[in-house]
Design a protein around this ligand. Structure first.
Ligand SMILES: Nc1ncnc2c1ncn2[C@@H]1O[C@H](COP(=O)(O)OP(=O)(O)OP(=O)(O)O)[C@@H](O)[C@H]1O
Length: 858
């Protein structure tokens, strides 16, 4: 797993035997203030203290309401009573309780002082759980305003009572208001505050005849999709102006061009950003031959090396230079790009139109479910890519020199600084053969004395040759940044996954549903587990439990165990199994076969509904066009994750390979997607049949070129530098990414956040699969009936269809068990014999008849 987290705070105390044979403590645990503040025990103590204060206050306040009259004379003497042993106080919390309550209630806010207890409670709970269970800031706002307003209102309404209902502060505000505005004016102001509060809070509809219909503010998830188009446009306008891209590149949206589009979410930013590249202000240092340099705006002549990408104008060497003779390294100026240079792969899937009216809402079962917020995650260091100008210049010179040594002349060189590597793009002089540069990979690596140099000759679609050189200082790409980005939160993907950042610092967010399966490989310790966590966390951040289920296979037993806490939210398992995370090979085989049955069942449902894929089917179901009585139901996506595939293939071979291949071939349309990881990317593990069905593949660093070829059908993965540096092959295009980093404690927090919320009563159940080998063949005794015999009989009689697939679907059974049940029903005289592809005849027509028949069978 990512980082095997060790408890930081429990430093073992080393002990040594001294000469007398007794044990003595050699080193005391040092307590440092900084450490103390980070120590979870400190937080727990602080949390408990705050909670106790809140309980202290509430008890003393309530007690005060009943005892203030008797205690009044003593309390009004002030704190001196604390030291007077003769003073007797009736308040439940004694003198201190009485004095505190008196101060808050009598002197300050009257009854409204009770609100102050909630503040201590909220802070206490947050500290104790080290999580933002309640918003302190919101509470503080409500408490402060509430105390002022409530105390003023009470003082205004009950001015001359013996008990100070509004306290000193209330009396003061009410007195000032009545003094300035008179009784009526003061009453009006206070009433206005109360009314304004209710309008703000509940936004009641004041329906005048002919008033335009207001768009409904949506609730969870699909609300945005259901809001009327005009509302979305308004939101869109706002977002265009207010929300900058997270990766430092300025977001430019051509509002004019998009004006007629109603749905902001359908606006794909990338092409627009690309179209406006010049205005986006990416940092770019261009190496232009002096002849090719056109007069540029003054500010662009200086080489920007570090700073805010948004502040810089983009000098674009748009027109290719006239053919000119090659120049020396000093004549070439470097162009640095730190903004997107190419659009992200277009993987957006058109989403099905949300049904209006009384659409079925699958999320309603867990309607209070809240998706985790990016605040739960850590920002790992600065996200800002550091560009060392000296390093860039040096590398540039080395590249030019090395190429010059081999008589390769270049016209132009530019650099794009990414989180881990810098891409130097060169345009060779006319007549230079590309293969010549490709062959110099090792020489350039040697001259730059850097590992992990990769040459891309040519870069597809750009007409340049790329040389990737690792940065001296690498930047960690935090998962938090990706998940907080607009691109992720506004994505319309079915299964959005935030994988990392491209070399141009663009967030790489793709749709697993269109991939449609993913193969991940890489030597041990190069970032595979972090990659799997990044994918799982992305999905947890974007989906509701009703929309997605995971089947987790973890032969290593420890990698995915953290997810077992969300079993009733997001996991699927076989019936009668205890663990949702599958570690045993035999169970893996059963689960894969169960998934195949689920796939077949789903295809039956789709066929019945006349839909081509899960999206159409779910859209039809939510529009209530499919009858649940006929077995139709909302189908969640199922993502199968296998953490160590090699292990499974070694132990189970074809028994695992076949169902995986079958799923990979057929399952995409019905919403089952596979993610398979292995640390041994050899041909006997990643077989031809597996490879053919996994078009999307990720390679972390591997140990040999052969391994790289096995995964990607190309070299390069052996030259990566590890720690999440990866190549992804998607739609036939290979891109280098820095994988997003999410640490184990962060995953823990996200999982805790979900597990803490209400889940389903049980995990999502896959159909039962019974291994044929486990079934005894031959005749069976009626006394030996299946436990589901009677249920099956009732189902068949109620529907009057003698179909095995009906049993499979409605009772979530495997084919074998359903078939066996059908044979038993035939033997019992409930259905007729098999009629080939037609359903069997049902011999019993009514439930009453069936009951008599069953009673007779005994
Ligand atoms: N994206 C990343 N950014 C920064 N550091 C990373 C990244 N991915 C991995 N690392 C570093 O590499 C270490 C190993 O990563 P990880 O546990 O994912 O490797 P692995 O390939 O799964 O290894 P194994 O197969 O042995 O489990 C991590 O503890 C972390 O320090």
């Amino acid at each position: 797993m990512a980082t095997k987290s060790k408890p930081k705070n429990k430093k073992p105390i080393a002990r040594n035997k001294n000469t007398t044979g007794t044990w003595k403590v050699e080193k005391e645990e040092k307590v440092q203030l900084k450490e103390l503040a980070k120590d979870e025990r400190t937080w727990k103590i602080a949390g408990t203290t705050f909670l106790l204060i809140s309980f202290f206050l509430i008890i003393s306040f309530i007690s005060y309401f009943f005892t203030w009259r008797q205690d009044y004379t003593q309390i009004s003497r002030g704190s001196e009573i604390l030291w007077d042993p003769d003073v007797k106080i009736l308040n439940l919390l004694g003198k201190l309780g009485a004095l505190t309550a008196h101060y808050f209630i009598y002197r300050l806010f009257g009854v409204a002082a009770i609100l102050v207890c909630t503040f201590f409670f909220v802070v206490g709970v947050n500290l104790l759980w080290r999580r933002r269970v309640f918003s302190v800031w919101r509470n503080l706002k409500y408490v402060t305003l509430g105390m002022l307003v409530v105390s003023a209102i009470l003082s205004y309404l009950l001015p001359n009572e013996e008990f100070r209902w509004g306290g000193g502060v209330g009396n003061m505000i009410a007195g000032w208001l009545t003094g300035s505005l008179g009784m009526i004016g003061a009453g009006a102001v206070l009433a206005l505050i109360v009314i304004a509060y209710f309008i703000w809070q509940f936004n009641p509809a004041f329906n005048f005849p002919k008033k335009l219909k207001r768009p409904l503010a949506g609730d969870t998830g699909s609300a945005d999709e259901e809001a009327p188009a005009i509302a979305e446009d308004a939101v869109a306008e706002k977002k265009r102006v207010e929300v900058p891209e997270m990766n430092g590149a300025k977001l430019v949206i051509d509002t004019g061009a998009e004006k007629n589009k109603y749905d902001i979410k359908l606006i794909n930013k990338e092409p627009v950003v690309q179209a406006k590249e010049e205005e986006a202000g990416y940092e770019r240092i261009t190496v232009l031959k002096p002849e090719a340099r056109k007069p540029l705006p003054a500010e662009t002549k200086e080489t920007p090396v570090e700073g805010d990408a948004q502040e810089l104008e983009l000098p674009v060497a748009s027109k290719p230079a006239k053919p000119v003779k090659p120049v020396s390294e000093d004549d070439l100026k470097l162009e640095i790009n730190s903004g997107p240079i190419a659009p992200a792969p277009a993987t957006a899937a058109a989403t099905a139109p949300a049904e209006k009216g009384k659409a079925y809402e699958p999320t309603l079962d867990l309607k209070h479910y809240k998706k985790p917020s990016p605040d739960l995650l850590e920002s790992h260091g600065s996200e800002r890519v550091v560009q060392d100008p000296a390093e860039l210049e040096n590398n540039k010179n080395q590249i030019i020199k090395t190429l010059a040594n081999y008589d390769i002349e270049i016209q132009k060189i530019s650099a794009t600084v990414g989180p881990t590597v810098t891409l130097y793009e060169i345009v060779p002089a006319a007549g230079v053969r590309i293969s010549k540069i490709k062959n110099l990979e090792d020489d350039i690596a040697l001259s730059l004395s850097a590992l992990g140099i990769r040459i891309i000759a040519p870069i597809p679609g750009r007409g340049t040759i790329g040389i990737e050189v690792p940065n001296a200082r690498k930047t960690i790409v935090s998962m938090k940044t990706l998940l907080a980005s607009d691109k992720f939160s506004n994505s319309h993907f079915s299964l959005p996954i935030a994988l990392g950042k491209r070399i141009d610092n663009e967030n790489f967010i793709v749709d697993l549903a269109t991939m449609p399966h993913l193969l991940m490989a890489g030597a041990t310790g190069q970032g595979k587990s972090v990659g799997i966590n990044a994918i799982l966390v992305s999905l947890l951040y974007s989906k509701h439990p009703s929309q997605l289920k995971f089947v987790l296979v973890d032969p290593k037993k420890v990698e995915l165990s953290v997810y077992s806490q969300i079993v009733n939210h997001f996991l699927a398992r076989l019936p009668n199994e205890e663990d949702a995370i599958i570690t045993d090979t035999k169970k893996v085989i059963n689960t894969l076969n169960a998934l195949c049955i689920e796939m077949d069942n789903r295809y039956d449902l789709l066929k019945d509904a006349g839909c081509r894929n899960i999206k159409e089917y779910n859209a039809k179901f939510t529009a209530r066009k499919l009858n649940p009585e006929k077995g139709h139901q909302f189908l969640p996506f199922i993502v199968l994750v296998v953490d160590e595939f090699a292990d499974l293939i070694m132990t189970a071979g074809k028994e695992v390979e076949m169902p995986i291949a079958r799923l990979a071939q057929l399952a995409r349309a019905i919403g089952i997607h596979l993610i398979i990881a292995t640390q041994r990317p050899s041909v006997n593990i990643i077989t031809g049949i597996i490879k053919a069905n996994f078009p999307a593949r990720i390679a972390f660093k591997v140990s040999s070129k052969i391994d790289s070829r096995t995964i990607l059908d190309a070299g390069g993965a052996d030259q990566l530098i590890g720690k999440g540096d990866m190549l992804i092959s998607l739609n036939g295009e290979i891109s280098r990414l820095q994988c997003a980093f999410v640490d184990t404690p962060e995953v823990d927090k996200v999982v805790d956040f979900i597990a803490y919320q209400e889940g389903y009563p049980q995990p999502f159940l896959l159909p039962e699969y019974i291994d044929e080998k486990d079934l005894e063949s031959g005749d069976f005794d009626l006394d030996d009936r299946d436990s589901l015999f009677e249920d099956a009989a009732r189902l068949i009689v109620a529907n009057q269809i003698g179909s095995t697939s009906l049993l499979q679907r409605r009772m979530k059974l495997g084919y074998n068990r359903a078939g066996r049940l059908m044979d038993q029903l035939e033997q019992a005289g409930i259905v007729g014999p098999n009629q080939g592809s037609k359903a069997r005849e049902v011999l019993i027509k009514t439930e009453m008849e069936l009951q008599q028949h069953l009673d007779m069978l005994g």
